[in-house]
Design a protein around this ligand. Structure first.
Ligand SMILES: NC(=O)c1ccc[n+]([C@@H]2O[C@H](COP(=O)([O-])OP(=O)(O)OC[C@H]3O[C@@H](n4cnc5c(N)ncnc54)[C@H](O)[C@@H]3O)[C@@H](O)[C@H]2O)c1
Ligand SMILES: O=c1ccn([C@@H]2O[C@H](COP(=O)(O)OP(=O)(O)O[C@H]3O[C@H](CO)[C@@H](O)[C@H](O)[C@H]3O)[C@@H](O)[C@H]2O)c(=O)[nH]1
Length: 423
């Protein structure tokens, strides 16, 4: 099958690489010339496990990137994977979606064959119908039915994106017609996963609901963790105890600094705005955000309780990425922690296995180190902010600190009597 993927960012690149791996001919349209060149050189602009290997195998054969929309009228299936960042009020900014839809429409204007335009970006319910369909039809000069429309949300996690794409729990396809849905189904035919077909709007809502539910589990664990901390209970024991109940399950119950990344905070906020605009009071979703906003401040409060005045002290910060196995720092929980430490005039000594360069764009003046040991040298305290597995193996490195005060965001260290933010 011939597929075009609009947007060569995280989701676009992973989607394109995986479809190429599944044997399709894939063209990426990425307006950022530098990114398109990097992709064509087999160098992913983002770090993602296994991505570079797949890219190198496919590029120039079944996969290519370009900056314009030329030739997409050859494609049976076109995926829109552009960003939907938050606006100032938290609602989703749909300008990239609109612009991509208009460009697709113009590019399809001369074509006589059937194409399916599929939104993979996370968009508020109603967007495909009210923004994408009219823009594509207007610019192409075609009628509904000549072009098919689907919405196929993506559930990949950064750091595990290739495996998530290739082994999904389910594939959700919302569509206007069976004919359009069948084209999308065919693209995935080599994958072994249940396919759920719905309306366009329901598919869009499934994505927000999935992220909001997972974020709710995390905020719930954090609230229980905060109570546990007060009364001397390890919340990780408690969550293990409830996670064996199959109605609950053990996933996404890890308490700590809360959820970061480019999806959960933005998508829960967008859902809140959607509810409000439709006259609903999203009481629970607001609490999910409230709990999340408070977690980073807790680690600084514990730090103050342990070492007193923070001004002028050397604080080692281990972990900058929003989670392990990525160099992505978008909405990382380390950002509010570092901001508060800087406000209190701490000297920050930072280390991350992968995210130093990305974090330098936000905090250029921190003292960054290339090893944990160097970051810990002479430190008055250490905060562990990201759940990198390599931190769980740390031992002698802590001997380089001035004071053995180590406070963890997530429970990954063992055997040091370290303290956690909520246990
Ligand atoms: N990052 C994730 O893990 C993840 C997972 C699932 C879903 N999503 C959703 O997928 C969407 C994309 O997220 P992302 O993280 O890949 O974003 P991103 O910002 O990394 O990538 C978007 C890319 O689209 C390009 N672009 C913008 N307008 C364009 C246009 N008109 N034509 C061609 N290219 C254009 C940008 O230059 C950028 O490279 C968002 O809606 C996001 O919520 C993200
Ligand atoms: O028990 C947990 C699990 C995760 N987190 C944090 O939650 C955030 C998000 O983690 P994760 O979901 O693993 O990463 P993402 O790449 O943001 O993936 C989420 O967001 C994507 C974009 O929408 C979806 O596609 C995925 O299904 C969804 O898991 C990170 O800050 C994690 O540290 C916790 O605090 N506790």
């Amino acid at each position: 099958m011939r597929i075009s993927v609009i947007g060569g960012g995280y989701v676009g690149l992973v989607t394109a690489a995986c479809f190429a791996e599944l044997g399709h001919d894939v063209r990426i349209i990425e307006i950022d010339k530098r990114k398109a060149e990097q992709i064509n050189a087999g160098k992913p602009p983002i770090y993602e496990d296994k991505l570079e290997g797949i890219l190198k195998q496919s590029i120039g054969k079944r996969l290519s990137a370009q900056c314009n929309y030329d030739g997409i009228n050859d494609s049976d299936l076109i995926f829109i994977c552009v960003g939907t960042p938050p606006q100032d009020d938290g609602s989703a900014d749909l300008r990239y979606i609109l612009s991509a839809a208009e460009s697709i429409g113009s590019a399809l204007s001369g074509s006589d064959s059937f194409h399916v335009v599929t939104v993979k970006s996370t968009v508020p319910p109603g967007t495909t119908e009210s923004v994408v369909v009219p823009a594509v039809l207007r610019k192409s000069g075609k009628f509904s039915g000549i072009i098919g429309f689907c919405m196929n949300p993506e559930f990949l996690r950064e750091g595990k994106a290739i495996d998530d794409f290739m082994h999904p729990d389910r594939i959700v396809i919302g569509g206007q017609s069976d004919k359009a849905i069948d084209v999308v189904k065919n693209a995935y035919e080599k994958l072994d996963a249940p396919i759920i077909t719905t309306s366009l709007k329901a598919a869009e809502m499934i994505k927000y609901t999935s992220n909001a539910f997972l974020a709710t589990k995390i905020s719930f664990s954090n609230e229980i963790g905060n109570i546990c901390k007060r009364i001397g209970i390890d919340v990780y024991d408690v969550m293990k105890g409830i996670g064996y109940d199959h109605r609950i399950n053990p996933y996404f119950l890890n308490a700590g600094l809360g959820f970061g990344g480019s999806c959960f905070p933005k998508d829960v906020m967008a859902l809140i705005r959607l509810a409000e605009r439709n006259g609903e009071e999203p009481i629970l979703l607001r609490s999910v955000i409230d709990v999340n906003e408070h977690q980073p401040g807790r680690i600084v409060k514990i730090l103050y309780e342990r070492i007193g005045e923070i001004k002028g002290k050397k604080i080692a910060v281990l972990g900058l990425a929003f989670k392990d196995n990525t160099d992505d720092v978008r909405d990382s929980r380390s950002i509010p922690v570092i901001e508060e430490l800087l406000q209190k005039e701490a000297n920050i000594s930072a280390y991350d296995p992968m995210a130093t360069e990305t974090m330098k764009k936000i905090f250029p003046d921190l003292s960054y180190h290339s090893s944990v040991g160097d970051a810990l040298e002479g430190a008055d305290a250490c905060l562990v902010l990201t759940e990198w597995p390599e931190f769980s193996r740390l031992k002698d490195e802590f001997n380089r600190m001035k004071n053995p005060v180590v406070i963890e965001g997530r429970k990954i260290l063992s055997g040091f009597g370290t303290e956690g933010v909520c246990w």
